[in-house]
Design a protein around this ligand. Structure first.
Ligand code: ADP
Ligand code: F6P
Length: 495
């Protein structure tokens, strides 16, 4: 990856790109990779540019960690090259962190921003914890800004704030910088959808939230649609003057620019992993593998996926003993009730379907509740006949992109929901509406029986686009959008 950034970069995200684990007997600290789209996309960029990363370590103030461990020599994750002196850990009291992360981020913002307001829980004390934690992140970000100025006194650092956990951080940083007479450029990127005005206004503190985001100079979303929603909210909720064509918002005598910046993956790294990974499936000629790889999250549509697979076996019994669904579901947000209930529901559905269809030689569903290594993941992506990427709603979805990157042998088929951001550009995938079971089953059947030529044509086009529009392309676009900000530090108003 060759990235030229004129500004020293400080990434501010809820999580560090790894979790620190403490051995309860020896006290030894080790890193464990944190699965998720943000880490996959951003970690290589920080490694490459020698930037700094401010984020939660996975431990709390009560755990009293003293040092950041270096990565182990056999670490192949995107965080492997990140040195401990590039990391500024955020350690908070357990209760405060729980109210902020589980109470506000996961139980409220996550469902709300995925347009599932019935699942959202609104509680004032959780919002207060969110505000306090965002302020704490801002203070620690200032340590990183000072480090940048010590290293490169002539360069204005870029503070790049990520995701719905930190929508209220920028103004604090702006105020501290003003007090200290320091300049920074500030960009915000949201890794999940930005919903319509009608959903955002359900949040009781929507005005404060929007003003928090507008503390940045530049705001990025995956899709044009999310940009439109954000601009619309600033206009209708805050009464800001906006220029929809130029995507500018006027706020506090500054103008904030808004950019569609669809995130992607380190494509070549996935190709290389697929080339080096050992065989994933033994008797490949007699067996077809349907693959699902997701965090265990209700937005990913796993219940509907399993039910559609069951329907497939009912409608097309020729697939019995021939097709296996391998679902890898990485545990996620296990302290939140919705996630615990989903885990139980999935266990039951898998048990029921396997109980109903299993024969002495075959089980229809192989269900891994856990994460797999990058080698194994690449092997599954490469050897699967069909990938099922069928979320009910998803900001982008990187799994769809990783699958096509790893398809270096017999071309497979990507079945993709239009409710994932990836569905907007990956047009050669087989689209499926995951809400309707019969159609869903028929699309899976079509994918499993698609002739070679059609599979090859679709996959070639998908791979061509993803190779060009990889994570480096995304980063260059982000940096372009931020470079155009040089004058924005001195405020540029709408005419
Ligand atoms: P999200 O950001 O909602 O988790 P994405 O699809 O954008 O969804 O990104 C998920 C990332 O996490 C991908 O890079 C994927 O490889 C990784 N991942 C997801 N599930 C697993 C798993 N079971 N094992 C290993 N990595 C996983
Ligand atoms: O992509 C959305 C996101 O919330 C990322 O910020 C995060 O890396 C990923 O999902 C996993 O979620 P969590 O950090 O809550 O485990």
């Amino acid at each position: 990856m060759v990235i030229h950034s004129t500004s020293p970069m400080v990434v501010v995200a809820n999580r560090l790109p790894f979790v620190i684990c403490k051995n309860s007997k020896t006290g030894e600290l080790t890193r464990k990779y944190s699965a998720g789209g943000l880490v996959t996309a951003v970690a290589p960029v920080v490694v490459e540019t020698g930037g700094l990363w401010v984020g939660w370590s996975g431990l709390h103030l009560e755990d009293g960690i003293s040092a950041i461990p270096e990565s182990s020599p056999d670490d192949k994750s995107p965080t492997a090259g990140l040195r401990s002196d590039q990391v500024i850990p955020v350690n908070l009291p357990r209760k405060q962190f729980d109210d902020y992360y589980n109470g506000c981020c996961n139980a409220c913002f996550w469902p709300l921003f995925h347009s599932m307001p019935d699942k959202a829980v609104f509680e004032e004390d959780k919002w207060e914890a969110y505000v306090a934690v965002n302020e704490e992140f801002a203070k620690l970000t200032m340590d990183a800004v000072h480090k940048c100025y010590e290293r490169q006194p002539d360069q204005v650092p870029l503070v790049w704030i990520h995701d719905y956990h930190l929508m209220y951080t920028a103004n604090y940083i702006r105020n501290i910088c003003n007090d200290e007479g320091l300049k920074v450029k500030m960009a915000f990127f949201l890794h999940i959808p930005f919903p319509s005005w009608d959903i955002v206004r359900l949040f009781p503190w929507a005005s404060q939230l929007l003003q928090g985001i507008l503390g940045c100079d530049s705001v990025g979303f995956h899709l044009e649609d999310y940009c439109i929603n954000f601009i619309d909210c600033c206009h209708r909720i805050l009464g800001c003057r906006v220029d929809r064509k130029k995507r500018l918002i006027e706020h506090n005598k500054r103008s904030v620019s808004v950019h569609p910046l669809p995130i992607s993956i380190p494509y070549d790294r996935f190709v290389q992993m697929a080339e080096e990974a050992p065989e994933a499936i033994k008797n490949k000629n007699e067996q077809q593998l349907l693959l699902g790889v997701d965090r265990l999250d209700y937005t990913k549509g796993l219940v509907k996926r399993f039910k559609a697979f069951e329907r497939l076996l009912e409608l097309y019994p020729q697939h019995i003993e021939k097709v296996t669904l391998l679902q890898i579901a990485v545990p996620s947000r296990t302290d939140v009730k919705e996630y615990q209930e989903l885990k139980e529901e999935l266990d039951q559905i898998v048990g029921r379907i396997n109980g109903r269809f299993t024969t002495p030689n075959w089980s229809p569903i192989r269900y891994i509740y856990g994460s797999v290594t990058h080698d194994q993941l690449a092997a599954f992506y490469r050897d699967a006949s069909v990938a099922l990427v069928t979320p009910l709603r998803d900001g982008m979805n990187l799994v769809a992109k990783e699958f096509v990157a790893c398809q270096i042998k017999e071309p497979g088929v990507l079945v993709l929901s239009p409710f994932a951001g990836a569905g907007v550009t990956m047009q050669e995938a087989l689209q499926v509406n995951p809400y309707e079971q019969n159609q869903f089953a028929k699309v899976i059947h079509r994918a499993l029986t698609m002739p070679f030529d059609e599979r090859e044509l679709r996959m070639t086009q998908l791979r061509r686009r993803e190779k060009i529009r990889d994570v480096n392309f995304w980063l260059r676009e982000v940096l372009k959008s931020v470079d155009s900000l040089d004058e924005a530090c001195d405020s540029k108003l709408l005419r």
